[in-house]
Design a protein around this ligand. Structure first.
Ligand code: KG4
Ligand code: ZN
Length: 350
């Protein structure tokens, strides 16, 4: 027996049903069931389909997590769940499951913020988070630059996308190029054989005037349109589309803006540690360029392994464990699913 509490985390904000179990910074189980395949033919996540899939996957995923960790439900000391942001119906399934468990087992419950969980997960791999650190969270649903003095209570937004999320841009461009959904991994793969300087695609919100109002914000909608126009023009001319070159050029534009703004954010905030998270952090080119630019700027880079970057229950458990360790007061049973939970609200009281 250990006196470090065993914490179970539940994540259902999008299309992954995740149940993770941690003890402090030690990951014991990370069971994930994804409904991505069910959304593939629609080219994006269908909320109703995702909610239904969570309902079906919740209990089997919970069972698998307990089996992987070699624990019984009765051994769990605390439960954490994503309260938001995310898809309302999808979140609701996780919140209801977590409340039922907390009530049934008589254990404290923590309703937490999905974005803070993406930051906290890195502790499972690289140990205690440097405080403060800067986090660049890029996924299909969010693109944010956050200043994190304390992941359990003080998370400050520095910038965010003003239109599409970075992953959304990858998914939409993949569609234009005839690649399957979700497009990120396919573009990543295709780009490896392409020339990233083939087309100079626009870098959103990097002009001199954007420096005033959108210094740390992102915009990927113009880039997505530019790629679509470029491909259309080629097709109209009856010429073949060089998929690898376009994928590499598009990816370079996204990676260039993300890393440039993240490094500049670190400099402005006087922070020496940058953390990457979210599904797009699995991008191989983003990892390489972030590493190069951080090295040049004297910034330490922390990137969890790809499986911990995408949505999972372990990240929620990791944040829950940190809240428990710091003596945070649990949520009541009255909090709900909040699709637009602000990033500043790490723990939802209810
Ligand atoms: O964090 P995540 O699993 O779910 C949320 O959206 O919250 O992120 C999924 C997103 C998708 O848009 C997917 O295309 C993108 O992450 N993604 C990638 C890569 N792997 C996943 N984007 C670029 N390169 C990758 N290797
Ligand atoms: Zn996410």
């Amino acid at each position: 027996m250990s006196d470090v509490p065993l914490v179970l985390g539940i994540e259902t904000s999008c299309d992954e049903t995740g149940v993770g179990i941690v003890r402090g910074h030690t990951l014991l189980a990370d069971a994930v069931a994804s409904s991505a395949e069910e959304h593939a033919r629609f080219g994006g996540v269908v909320p109703e389909v995702a909610s239904r899939a969570h309902l079906e996957a919740m209990v089997p995923t919970l069972d698998r997590a307990c089996a992987d960790a070699g624990v019984r439900l009765g051994d769990i000391d605390a439960i954490a769940v994503t309260s938001g942001p995310g898809l309302a119906g999808a979140l609701l399934v996780g919140v209801a499951a977590a409340k039922a468990l907390a009530l049934g087992l008589g254990r404290p419950l923590y309703g937490v913020n999905h974005l803070a969980a993406h930051v906290a997960v890195d502790q499972l791999e690289h140990g205690p988070l440097p405080e403060p650190c800067l986090a660049l969270l890029v996924s299909g649903g969010h693109s944010s630059l956050l200043l994190v003095p304390d992941v359990t209570g003080d998370v400050r937004p520095m910038g965010a996308t003003i239109d599409d999320a970075a992953g959304e841009a990858f998914d939409k461009v993949a569609r234009v190029l005839g690649l399957p959904f979700p497009g990120g991994p396919h573009i990543d793969r295709a780009a490896k054989g392409g020339n990233s300087a083939y087309v100079e695609f626009p870098r959103g919100l990097t002009g001199a005037r954007d420096d005033e109002n959108h210094r740390f914000d992102f915009s990927f909608s113009g880039l997505k349109t530019a790629v679509a126009r470029w491909v259309e023009a080629r097709e109209r001319a009856g010429e073949p589309v060089p998929v690898a070159d376009v994928a590499a050029s598009f990816q370079e534009a996204v990676v260039d803006v993300l890393t440039r703004k993240a490094v500049r954010g670190c400099r402005q905030a006087g922070v020496d540690d940058l953390l990457l998270g979210g599904g797009v952090a699995a991008n191989s080119r983003l990892r390489v360029v972030a590493e190069e630019r951080c090295l040049a700027a004297g910034i330490r880079l922390r990137v969890p392994r790809p499986g911990l970057c995408t949505d999972n229950g372990a990240m929620v458990a990791a944040l829950g464990a940190e809240l428990v360790a710091r003596g945070a007061e649990p949520s009541t049973l009255h909090f709900g699913a909040d699709s637009s939970l602000p990033v500043t609200e790490v723990l939802v009281r209810g």
